[in-house]
Ligand binder design. Sequence first.
Ligand code: 13P
Ligand code: SF4
Length: 361
Amino acid sequence: MYFVPIDEKYYRMRADELDARISAAKDALGDRLVVLGHHYQHDDVIKFADYRGDSFKLSQMAAAQTEADYIVFCGVHFMAESADILSGPHQRVSLPDLKAGCHMADMADIDAVEECWADLMSVVGETVVPITYMNSAADLKAFVGRNQGAVCTSANARAILEWSFDQKRRVLFFPDEHLGRNVGWEMGVPLGSMILWDPDKPNGGNTPEAIEDSRIVLWKGNCPVHQLFNAKHVQRLREVFADIQVLVHPECKHEVVEQADLSGSTGFIVKTIEEAQPGSQWAIGTELHLVNRLAKEHPDKFIVSVDPNMCLCTTMNRIDRPHLAWVMENLVKGSVVNEIKVADDIAEWAIIALNRMLDIV
Ligand code: 13P
Ligand code: SF4
């Protein structure tokens, strides 16, 4: 992967010209190209996606697209890395803007996780299954693959934790403390049996006794977007709208998930709204582009954000029309810009952990 700056001329083009260029490039590439788009993308980008989905569905799609030469991933870096690992060797994956990272994924790196692993081994030996959330770099997925663990997404975190507890007594879950805690709680793991691991402190800030008593070791990481929702937002909504149903992503803090009516992955949120009764009222706790799109697509239902002052995922939103047009027109010329290529020695282990994720649902 190497960085090529976008040709600035794309920023001087009008929206309708960019739309026309993207459509023309898509037509020219035909079946040789698949565009995958995450639900958090801008409306003006997601409309070009051949498949839209949450990170689980998009991984399935990347694995299933065996014919296309190119996969353009409208999402964030860890998703494009996973698409590269899951797609065939002849297929090339491009992320329209390489700066589209994920703040949560950046909160765990391989050195800190290996240090944590060694510390855990010295206290509780081989009793730990390492589970990484999809929102992590490929070398962390390789780490869990090498150590008999798995990747999960918010769509199958519970199934993966159940699988883990069939293997061993405890789980190291990274990098999202909230998803791990929320799913553990839903499964009946007491909150007191889930300890937080702060990578900046010796033994993660825990006594050996607390580590021995733990069932889930939660890495101290979070999504800065979802973490902004709090219990007061939910309470205020319920005061104003007596019949509102609160539907949140499990990356939200535990106090929010505990007070919500329903919690689940981005795909679950979309499906719940699609299947909801006309006239029903919903407050949704997830990224604002998706909430706004659901409100627009379902005018027969009342839909608001759990927090009206919610901010967007800035990294997801780096994928814009100019970058998409630039990447696609380069593909037409046979040039893959902003290619995401995971090194073979990482991919060979990461695919084991990703395939477990796809198999355990
Ligand atoms: P999903 O797994 O629900 O797509 O979530 C990915 C993500 O980054 C949410 O913030
Ligand atoms: Fe990462 Fe949060 Fe953005 Fe999802 S919403 S991509 S977890 S920063």
